[in-house]
Design a protein around this ligand. Structure first.
Ligand code: PSV
Ligand code: MN
Length: 431
């Protein structure tokens, strides 16, 4: 085991100060749940197997198109990102994998990165390709698109990059490639809708053919941005049609921020489960557009409703149901480590609440059209404060009872501010 980024004795000491209070709260909640016929330990046990991948790009400070205000000591390369991810994992015990983005995280020796991650007990979830910006040394520009570009040479370059992502991902032990393209148009008439989609599919067929047997490809749709009039993969319907065209290894990834504000995302999730094509998630929260705010910070009910569909599918033992859970957030004004710890906790909270839904009662109310009781059955699960369950799952696995407090007490950020002098840079962190 590698040295933890935060002194484990410090975490243990902090836990000792908080354990009596947690025992009391957990027991108290256990009694209340027992009256509802729920065994609290079974919920805690299931929750402890719910893991969410950390986006490597999320540990750097994000930015808007106006500015970026880097947090002191932000990681300068993927090994430093790994160290921050290990700190998140150490405290939260909810984030056992990383989701890297290439070429940002490309390394000469991916095996070394894999070994260093494994020393912390961390693995690699889906790898993400990037054909939405031009990078130094790149031969052709993605200004007017990538996999759907009108110029075959640009499409070939974008395909080659995705193939390279698969190669790197294999070396890291990943089993999936997430493809999000920025292709689209800003003005009516700029792009031929049908031709662009055909070109995208032709490019994706080449990438699909290169997938190892045990790999999947995740198609990520997005309504708008950076293309502001139309995107090629605009919605879950387009994503599903493309997945069907490509074959059984292609699945549809739902980024919560990639929809119009009032879209019923939980219904999309249910549809994709029914159709056997739910890839997984990029979790985040938003009020207006793809705001990439911390998961559960704006609309925790939305998180709960999505989790409700996931728990329902798991209990129904839907064949092939195996979604990948990831976060995709931009931390512009908070310490990214704190945001990711808090977000993972909010996602765990939603999952635990969904585990509390009395499914038998809900189904019976639904079938008898007892609208009010059906609604109240769902709400009573959402309204339960599951904080003690989440804290107990974390502490049992060796994490911190109060991870944000333990992180602040550890002085990790101040240490990194000294260890990682920053070169002045205006890089924006996220798209
Ligand atoms: C695009 O907005 C997106 O959600 C895609 O997942 C990208 O890969 C990611 O953000 C990071 O820029
Ligand atoms: Mn995303």
């Amino acid at each position: 085991m590698a040295d933890w980024p935060i002194d484990p004795d410090l975490v243990a000491q902090a836990n000792r100060r908080r354990s009596a209070e947690l025992d009391y709260d957990y027991e108290n909640l256990g009694e209340r749940l027992a009256r509802r016929g729920v065994a609290i330990d079974a919920i805690t046990e299931r929750l402890s197997r719910f893991g969410i991948a950390i986006p490597t790009w999320g540990v750097g400070t994000g930015g808007t198109r106006f500015a970026r205000f880097p947090v002191p000591g932000e990681p300068r390369d993927v090994f430093e990102k790994l160290e921050d991810c290990a700190a998140i994992w150490q405290l939260s015990r909810a984030t056992p994998t990383l989701s890297p983005h290439f070429p940002w995280d490309a390394v000469e020796a991916p095996e070394e990165l894999r070994a260093r991650a494994a020393a912390f007990g961390l693995g690699f979830d889906a790898v993400n390709s990037n054909t939405f910006q031009d990078l130094p040394g790149q031969a052709l520009s993605y200004k007017f698109g990538s996999l759907a570009h009108s110029d075959a040479r640009v499409r070939e370059q974008a395909i080659a990059h995705n193939l390279e992502c698969i190669r790197l991902g294999q070396a890291l032990g990943s089993k999936a490639l997430t493809v999000w393209i920025a292709d689209g148009s800003n003005f009516p008439g700029q792009q031929h809708f049908a031709r662009a989609l055909t070109r995208y599919l032709d490019s994706m067929r080449v990438i699909y053919a290169a997938l190892p047997d045990d790999w999947r490809v995740f198609i990520e749709h997005k309504l708008y941005e950076p293309a502001l009039y139309a995107t090629v993969i605009s919605d879950w319907g387009t994503s599903y049609v493309c997945a069907r065209e490509l074959g059984p290894k292609a699945h549809c990834l739902v980024d919560l921020g990639h929809h119009a504000p009032t879209t019923n995302i939980e219904q999309i999730v249910a549809r994709l489960i029914s159709l056997g094509r739910l890839a997984g998630f990029h979790f985040n929260d938003s009020k207006y557009g793809d705001d990439d705010l911390d998961s559960g910070s704006i609309d925790p009910f939305q998180i709960f409703l999505v989790m409700n569909e996931l728990v329902d599918a798991e209990l129904r033992q839907v064949p092939g149901f195996d979604p990948a859970y990831m976060m995709d957030q931009s931390h512009n004004v908070t310490d990214p480590i704190e945001s990711l710890v808090a977000s993972a906790q909010n996602l765990q909270r939603g999952f635990a609440q969904a585990l509390l839904v009395d499914r038998e009662a809900l189904l019976s109310h639904q079938e008898r059209n007892d609208v009010l009781l059906a609604r109240e059955t769902l709400m009573s699960a959402f309204q339960t404060d599951v904080g003690p369950i989440v804290a107990r799952a974390r502490a049992r696995a060796g994490g911190a009872i109060d991870p944000i407090a333990a992180y602040r007490e550890s002085g990790y950020r101040d240490r990194k501010a000294k260890d990682r002098p920053q070169e002045l840079s205006g890089r924006s962190g996220i798209v």
